[in-house]
Design a protein around this ligand. Sequence first.
Ligand SMILES: [Zn+2]
Ligand SMILES: [Zn+2]
Length: 432
Amino acid sequence: MPDNCPQPTQLIACEECGLVSQIPQLDEGQVAKCPRCSHTLSSISIAPCQTLIAYSTACLMMLAISLLFPFMSFSVKGITQEIFLINTVAMLDAFEQSALALLLLLTVLALPALYLVIVTYLYFRIWQQTSKGKLIKPSSRLLVLCKSIFRFEPWLMADVFLIGVLVSLIKISSMADIGLGYSFWAFCAYTVLVVKAISLVDRFWVWNQLLPNKPMTGVVAGQDHLSVNHVDCHQCHQINLMSEASCNRCGSKLHPYDLNTSLQKSWAYLIAAVIFYFPANLYPIMYTTSLGSETPSTIMGGVVLLWQLGSYPIALVIFIASVFIPMAKMLALAWIYWNAKRPKPYLYSRAIKRQKLYRVTEFIGRWSMIDIFVVAILVALVQLHNLMAITPGPASLSFAAVVILTMLSAISFDSRSIWSNGSAFKECNTHE
Ligand SMILES: [Zn+2]
Ligand SMILES: [Zn+2]
């Protein structure tokens, strides 16, 4: 432990590797990382309440602007089609793709907006109370909000949608004149702000502000999930004793470390994803009508066509996002799950490599949704009847199912199983 390390005051179990660390009460601008796997345990921004409220308010304003004004226009031979952002949802619904329309509405607009409203409210309440020097008395409603909000984070996909918009623009720019409305620029600002706002939210800090972390006797830094003497609350990260059925801070039901159940769920989602991968690639993802004749296009067919037309970068983006990433992610997850129950002599380097692979698969999985968003934008924008029209194909729903199921599979996996208790650090690892 460094000489100038402050006195540790609270225990926190790393949600990725399970190692229990003792960290001090963090000051603004400080970050605490897990000494074993380097996962960020807690990170406090400068003036956390004011910064978060400023970003999320600006973000909600940009979202409102992007919904009120025209998003894009598309002109061919003097005929112009103009769309609003919400038309991308409405058109999918009109073509009987209600599940995709709902997915788009939730992941790009509704959930990010709800998330921002709730975190703004939480941070505002914390700011209000702490500026008066009072302790917060959280109502049961506030606790329910706090428990539900963090579940949304993996499903906020405004940034993926924006890349989908850019890919669509490049795809159709050669066949028509594209106009960008005020809403497009507001949506770009909304995306940047939503990504920044999410990065500012710290679950551990929020819970500590609402209900102070309860000290635990019998659990010490350096132990982990294999010590079988504590349960980490998956909601608020309070460490509880094994004898507790529910968290003694937030009241959530506790789930002791259980590799078998987590692996069964992960395998089930992964196998379902593999099944959907076949129709996703074999059936057309969209149909293009041009001068009365309809051409179906599969994901791979679209990549080949773009390559033949000389759009190499865009062909590469679609190939990587829609073909390579889903396949690589499914193989990587299968490999991680397969090895999880096969104990080998503990090697730190092997565990950290697997942890990194798992983090990468978790991070990149959502980007496969680009192709679904491209279909949604093209279907909304290109509707010039027999002259030129694009309609969604049956593969689009299967492909969305592949992306969602692989995400659920990765989320269900307990990454602590990658680690054995062969190495544990007790050092304080706080830095500015
Ligand atoms: Zn860790
Ligand atoms: Zn809890």
